[in-house]
Design a protein around this ligand. Structure first.
Ligand code: BDR
Ligand code: CA
Length: 315
Protein backbone atom coordinates (compact mmCIF):
# COMPACT_ATOMS: atom_id res chain seq x y z
CA UNK A 1 0.00 0.00 0.00
CA UNK A 2 1.17 3.48 -0.85
CA UNK A 3 1.77 5.52 2.32
CA UNK A 4 0.15 8.94 2.04
CA UNK A 5 -0.81 12.06 4.01
CA UNK A 6 -3.65 14.39 3.06
CA UNK A 7 -3.88 18.13 3.66
CA UNK A 8 -7.40 19.41 2.95
CA UNK A 9 -10.07 22.09 3.56
CA UNK A 10 -13.43 20.27 3.42
CA UNK A 11 -15.27 21.64 1.47
CA UNK A 12 -17.53 19.69 -0.85
CA UNK A 13 -15.05 18.37 -3.42
CA UNK A 14 -12.54 17.76 -0.60
CA UNK A 15 -15.09 15.38 0.95
CA UNK A 16 -15.41 13.61 -2.39
CA UNK A 17 -11.60 13.34 -2.55
CA UNK A 18 -11.61 11.75 0.95
CA UNK A 19 -14.30 9.34 -0.26
CA UNK A 20 -12.06 8.14 -3.09
CA UNK A 21 -8.98 7.89 -0.87
CA UNK A 22 -10.66 5.91 1.92
CA UNK A 23 -12.58 3.67 -0.48
CA UNK A 24 -9.15 2.54 -1.71
CA UNK A 25 -7.66 1.45 1.58
CA UNK A 26 -6.48 -1.64 -0.30
CA UNK A 27 -4.10 0.60 -2.29
CA UNK A 28 -3.59 3.63 -0.05
CA UNK A 29 -2.38 3.74 3.53
CA UNK A 30 -3.58 7.15 4.75
CA UNK A 31 -1.43 7.84 7.80
CA UNK A 32 -2.46 11.39 8.59
CA UNK A 33 -5.04 13.99 7.62
CA UNK A 34 -4.27 17.66 8.28
CA UNK A 35 -6.60 20.57 7.71
CA UNK A 36 -5.81 23.88 6.08
CA UNK A 37 -7.82 27.09 6.10
CA UNK A 38 -9.35 27.85 2.73
CA UNK A 39 -12.91 27.19 1.68
CA UNK A 40 -13.87 28.03 5.25
CA UNK A 41 -12.03 28.72 8.52
CA UNK A 42 -9.63 26.28 10.20
CA UNK A 43 -12.20 25.60 12.96
CA UNK A 44 -14.70 24.49 10.34
CA UNK A 45 -12.37 22.56 7.99
CA UNK A 46 -11.02 20.60 10.92
CA UNK A 47 -14.51 19.90 12.25
CA UNK A 48 -15.74 18.89 8.79
CA UNK A 49 -12.78 16.58 8.15
CA UNK A 50 -13.54 14.84 11.45
CA UNK A 51 -17.30 14.59 10.92
CA UNK A 52 -16.96 13.32 7.38
CA UNK A 53 -14.21 10.82 8.18
CA UNK A 54 -16.07 9.60 11.28
CA UNK A 55 -19.21 9.17 9.17
CA UNK A 56 -17.44 7.03 6.55
CA UNK A 57 -15.82 4.96 9.28
CA UNK A 58 -12.23 6.07 8.70
CA UNK A 59 -9.79 5.64 11.57
CA UNK A 60 -7.10 8.27 11.12
CA UNK A 61 -5.39 11.08 13.00
CA UNK A 62 -6.79 14.51 12.06
CA UNK A 63 -4.51 17.41 12.97
CA UNK A 64 -5.21 21.12 13.00
CA UNK A 65 -3.24 23.33 10.66
CA UNK A 66 -2.51 27.03 10.40
CA UNK A 67 -5.27 29.61 10.51
CA UNK A 68 -4.05 32.25 8.09
CA UNK A 69 -2.14 32.29 4.81
CA UNK A 70 1.54 33.31 4.95
CA UNK A 71 1.06 37.01 4.18
CA UNK A 72 -2.43 37.61 2.86
CA UNK A 73 -5.70 37.81 4.77
CA UNK A 74 -7.70 34.59 4.44
CA UNK A 75 -10.36 34.82 1.73
CA UNK A 76 -12.84 31.98 1.92
CA UNK A 77 -15.32 30.38 -0.50
CA UNK A 78 -18.47 30.20 1.60
CA UNK A 79 -20.60 31.29 -1.33
CA UNK A 80 -19.58 28.05 -3.07
CA UNK A 81 -19.42 25.51 -0.23
CA UNK A 82 -22.00 27.09 2.09
CA UNK A 83 -21.46 28.59 5.52
CA UNK A 84 -20.72 25.20 7.11
CA UNK A 85 -18.56 24.09 4.16
CA UNK A 86 -20.94 21.21 3.36
CA UNK A 87 -23.84 23.09 1.75
CA UNK A 88 -27.01 22.08 3.56
CA UNK A 89 -25.96 18.49 4.18
CA UNK A 90 -25.56 17.48 7.80
CA UNK A 91 -23.51 14.75 9.41
CA UNK A 92 -23.58 13.41 12.98
CA UNK A 93 -21.05 14.87 15.44
CA UNK A 94 -17.53 13.54 14.95
CA UNK A 95 -16.21 10.60 16.90
CA UNK A 96 -12.65 11.27 15.71
CA UNK A 97 -10.88 13.72 18.07
CA UNK A 98 -8.66 16.66 17.16
CA UNK A 99 -5.09 15.38 17.31
CA UNK A 100 -2.96 16.65 20.16
CA UNK A 101 -0.22 17.31 17.62
CA UNK A 102 -0.45 20.47 15.54
CA UNK A 103 -0.46 19.71 11.80
CA UNK A 104 3.12 20.76 11.04
CA UNK A 105 4.56 18.67 13.91
CA UNK A 106 2.36 15.71 13.00
CA UNK A 107 3.45 15.90 9.36
CA UNK A 108 7.10 16.14 10.30
CA UNK A 109 6.98 13.23 12.75
CA UNK A 110 4.92 11.06 10.41
CA UNK A 111 7.38 11.60 7.57
CA UNK A 112 10.52 11.12 9.64
CA UNK A 113 9.23 7.95 11.27
CA UNK A 114 8.19 6.41 7.94
CA UNK A 115 10.50 3.80 6.49
CA UNK A 116 9.32 4.43 2.94
CA UNK A 117 8.91 7.75 1.18
CA UNK A 118 5.39 9.15 1.47
CA UNK A 119 3.10 10.86 -1.02
CA UNK A 120 1.52 14.10 0.12
CA UNK A 121 -1.90 14.93 -1.29
CA UNK A 122 -2.92 18.58 -0.89
CA UNK A 123 -6.32 19.90 -1.94
CA UNK A 124 -6.41 23.36 -0.42
CA UNK A 125 -4.13 26.39 -0.11
CA UNK A 126 -0.54 25.23 0.45
CA UNK A 127 0.05 27.11 3.73
CA UNK A 128 0.66 24.04 5.90
CA UNK A 129 2.84 22.33 3.31
CA UNK A 130 4.96 25.45 2.78
CA UNK A 131 5.38 25.93 6.53
CA UNK A 132 6.45 22.30 6.88
CA UNK A 133 9.05 22.58 4.12
CA UNK A 134 10.40 25.89 5.45
CA UNK A 135 10.58 24.86 9.08
CA UNK A 136 11.68 21.26 8.57
CA UNK A 137 13.60 20.87 5.29
CA UNK A 138 14.96 17.57 6.61
CA UNK A 139 11.63 15.96 5.66
CA UNK A 140 12.14 16.59 1.93
CA UNK A 141 13.92 13.31 1.15
CA UNK A 142 10.97 11.49 2.77
CA UNK A 143 8.45 12.97 0.32
CA UNK A 144 7.96 10.92 -2.83
CA UNK A 145 5.89 13.70 -4.37
CA UNK A 146 3.19 16.24 -3.69
CA UNK A 147 -0.06 15.76 -5.62
CA UNK A 148 -1.77 19.14 -5.40
CA UNK A 149 -5.11 20.36 -6.68
CA UNK A 150 -4.58 24.00 -7.45
CA UNK A 151 -3.36 26.51 -9.99
CA UNK A 152 -4.21 26.86 -13.63
CA UNK A 153 -2.18 27.34 -16.79
CA UNK A 154 -5.05 29.20 -18.41
CA UNK A 155 -7.67 31.29 -16.61
CA UNK A 156 -8.76 31.42 -12.99
CA UNK A 157 -11.90 30.79 -11.00
CA UNK A 158 -11.15 33.28 -8.24
CA UNK A 159 -9.69 36.12 -10.26
CA UNK A 160 -9.15 36.50 -14.02
CA UNK A 161 -5.98 34.43 -13.84
CA UNK A 162 -5.89 32.73 -10.43
CA UNK A 163 -7.40 29.48 -9.21
CA UNK A 164 -8.80 29.59 -5.64
CA UNK A 165 -6.19 27.50 -3.75
CA UNK A 166 -3.32 29.39 -5.39
CA UNK A 167 -5.04 32.75 -4.92
CA UNK A 168 -5.54 32.25 -1.19
CA UNK A 169 -1.84 31.73 -0.52
CA UNK A 170 0.41 32.41 -3.52
CA UNK A 171 3.51 32.76 -1.34
CA UNK A 172 2.97 29.22 -0.10
CA UNK A 173 2.75 28.04 -3.73
CA UNK A 174 6.11 29.65 -4.50
CA UNK A 175 7.77 28.10 -1.44
CA UNK A 176 6.48 24.64 -2.36
CA UNK A 177 7.27 24.98 -6.08
CA UNK A 178 10.84 26.07 -5.31
CA UNK A 179 11.38 23.36 -2.70
CA UNK A 180 12.85 20.78 -5.06
CA UNK A 181 10.21 18.20 -4.04
CA UNK A 182 8.50 16.56 -7.07
CA UNK A 183 5.09 18.13 -7.64
CA UNK A 184 2.08 17.10 -9.71
CA UNK A 185 -0.37 19.92 -10.31
CA UNK A 186 -4.01 19.17 -11.01
CA UNK A 187 -5.01 22.69 -11.98
CA UNK A 188 -8.22 23.92 -13.54
CA UNK A 189 -6.85 22.87 -16.95
CA UNK A 190 -7.46 19.24 -16.03
CA UNK A 191 -10.08 19.54 -13.28
CA UNK A 192 -12.53 21.35 -15.56
CA UNK A 193 -12.30 18.29 -17.81
CA UNK A 194 -12.95 15.94 -14.88
CA UNK A 195 -16.56 17.00 -14.48
CA UNK A 196 -19.54 14.81 -13.64
CA UNK A 197 -22.85 15.37 -15.41
CA UNK A 198 -26.09 15.61 -13.51
CA UNK A 199 -27.23 12.31 -15.08
CA UNK A 200 -24.05 10.60 -13.88
CA UNK A 201 -24.60 12.03 -10.40
CA UNK A 202 -28.09 10.55 -10.52
CA UNK A 203 -26.54 7.12 -11.22
CA UNK A 204 -24.60 7.64 -8.03
CA UNK A 205 -27.79 8.58 -6.17
CA UNK A 206 -29.38 5.40 -7.51
CA UNK A 207 -26.99 3.35 -5.35
CA UNK A 208 -29.76 4.07 -2.87
CA UNK A 209 -27.86 4.40 0.41
CA UNK A 210 -27.88 7.25 2.90
CA UNK A 211 -24.25 7.94 2.00
CA UNK A 212 -25.02 8.13 -1.73
CA UNK A 213 -27.83 10.55 -0.96
CA UNK A 214 -25.54 12.76 1.11
CA UNK A 215 -22.82 12.67 -1.55
CA UNK A 216 -25.39 13.65 -4.19
CA UNK A 217 -26.67 16.47 -1.97
CA UNK A 218 -23.13 17.76 -1.51
CA UNK A 219 -22.05 17.72 -5.15
CA UNK A 220 -25.24 19.28 -6.45
CA UNK A 221 -25.09 22.07 -3.86
CA UNK A 222 -23.01 24.49 -5.86
CA UNK A 223 -24.71 24.00 -9.19
CA UNK A 224 -26.63 27.22 -8.75
CA UNK A 225 -23.70 29.37 -7.80
CA UNK A 226 -21.28 28.47 -10.58
CA UNK A 227 -21.11 31.31 -13.05
CA UNK A 228 -20.47 30.73 -16.72
CA UNK A 229 -17.84 32.94 -18.26
CA UNK A 230 -17.61 33.71 -21.98
CA UNK A 231 -14.76 31.24 -22.46
CA UNK A 232 -16.32 28.20 -20.84
CA UNK A 233 -18.01 25.47 -22.80
CA UNK A 234 -21.76 25.73 -23.39
CA UNK A 235 -23.15 23.79 -20.46
CA UNK A 236 -20.38 24.57 -18.00
CA UNK A 237 -22.95 25.56 -15.40
CA UNK A 238 -24.81 22.25 -15.65
CA UNK A 239 -21.96 19.93 -14.72
CA UNK A 240 -20.50 19.14 -11.33
CA UNK A 241 -16.91 20.03 -10.52
CA UNK A 242 -14.79 17.41 -8.81
CA UNK A 243 -11.52 19.37 -8.69
CA UNK A 244 -9.95 17.83 -5.56
CA UNK A 245 -10.78 14.27 -6.57
CA UNK A 246 -8.15 14.57 -9.34
CA UNK A 247 -5.30 14.81 -6.82
CA UNK A 248 -6.10 11.35 -5.39
CA UNK A 249 -7.26 9.84 -8.69
CA UNK A 250 -3.86 10.67 -10.16
CA UNK A 251 -1.97 8.70 -7.54
CA UNK A 252 -4.36 5.76 -7.90
CA UNK A 253 -4.69 5.76 -11.68
CA UNK A 254 -2.01 7.92 -13.32
CA UNK A 255 -2.78 6.28 -16.66
CA UNK A 256 -6.07 8.22 -16.83
CA UNK A 257 -4.18 11.52 -17.06
CA UNK A 258 -1.86 13.33 -19.43
CA UNK A 259 0.54 16.05 -18.43
CA UNK A 260 3.82 17.78 -19.13
CA UNK A 261 6.85 18.72 -17.04
CA UNK A 262 7.07 22.52 -16.95
CA UNK A 263 8.67 25.36 -15.08
CA UNK A 264 5.91 27.06 -13.07
CA UNK A 265 6.08 30.25 -11.05
CA UNK A 266 3.32 31.86 -8.99
CA UNK A 267 2.57 35.55 -9.28
CA UNK A 268 2.52 37.15 -5.83
CA UNK A 269 0.99 40.58 -6.28
CA UNK A 270 -1.45 42.76 -8.15
CA UNK A 271 -4.22 41.67 -10.45
CA UNK A 272 -2.40 38.43 -11.31
CA UNK A 273 -1.72 37.41 -7.67
CA UNK A 274 -2.12 33.65 -7.41
CA UNK A 275 -1.72 33.03 -11.13
CA UNK A 276 0.48 30.01 -11.76
CA UNK A 277 2.48 30.91 -14.85
CA UNK A 278 3.20 27.67 -16.71
CA UNK A 279 6.13 27.88 -19.12
CA UNK A 280 4.94 25.06 -21.37
CA UNK A 281 7.24 26.00 -24.27
CA UNK A 282 10.23 26.44 -21.93
CA UNK A 283 10.87 30.02 -23.04
CA UNK A 284 12.62 30.71 -19.74
CA UNK A 285 15.02 27.81 -20.12
CA UNK A 286 14.40 27.07 -16.42
CA UNK A 287 14.43 23.49 -15.22
CA UNK A 288 10.87 22.06 -14.99
CA UNK A 289 9.68 21.93 -11.35
CA UNK A 290 6.09 20.75 -11.77
CA UNK A 291 4.32 17.99 -13.69
CA UNK A 292 1.28 19.88 -15.00
CA UNK A 293 -1.75 17.73 -15.79
CA UNK A 294 -3.91 18.90 -18.68
CA UNK A 295 -6.12 15.99 -19.79
CA UNK A 296 -8.10 13.15 -18.26
CA UNK A 297 -10.12 10.16 -19.43
CA UNK A 298 -13.37 11.59 -18.07
CA UNK A 299 -15.56 8.50 -18.48
CA UNK A 300 -13.09 6.28 -16.61
CA UNK A 301 -12.69 8.98 -13.95
CA UNK A 302 -16.45 9.09 -13.31
CA UNK A 303 -16.72 5.31 -13.30
CA UNK A 304 -13.95 5.04 -10.69
CA UNK A 305 -15.59 7.67 -8.54
CA UNK A 306 -19.03 6.04 -8.58
CA UNK A 307 -17.35 2.74 -7.66
CA UNK A 308 -15.83 4.46 -4.62
CA UNK A 309 -19.24 5.69 -3.47
CA UNK A 310 -20.48 2.08 -3.74
CA UNK A 311 -17.54 0.78 -1.69
CA UNK A 312 -18.16 3.29 1.11
CA UNK A 313 -21.93 2.64 0.90
CA UNK A 314 -21.41 -1.10 1.42
CA UNK A 315 -19.42 -0.65 4.61
C1 BDR B 1 -10.48 24.47 -5.35
O1 BDR B 1 -11.05 25.52 -4.59
C2 BDR B 1 -11.85 25.00 -3.58
O2 BDR B 1 -13.03 25.74 -3.44
C3 BDR B 1 -12.10 23.56 -3.92
O3 BDR B 1 -12.26 22.77 -2.75
C4 BDR B 1 -10.87 23.17 -4.68
O4 BDR B 1 -9.84 22.75 -3.81
C5 BDR B 1 -10.91 24.61 -6.79
O5 BDR B 1 -10.47 25.82 -7.33
CA1 CA C 1 -10.26 22.06 -1.54
Amino acid sequence: RLPIMIDTDPGIDDAMMLTLAFAHDDALDVRLVTTCSGNISQDKTNYNARTFLSYIGADVEVARGLEQPMFRELEMAEEIHGESGFGNIEFPSPTLPVSERPAIAAMRETLLSSEEKMTLVATGPLTNVAALLLAHPEVKPKIERISWMGGAAVGGNMSPSAEFNAYVDPHAVEIVFRSGVPIVMSGLDVTHKAFVTLDEAKDMLAIGTEFAEKAYGLVTHYLDVIKRTPFHEENYDQVLHFHDVCAVMYILKPELFEGQDCFVEASLEGITAGATVVDFTNRTGEKPNVHVLHSVNREAFVEEFVKAVKVISDR
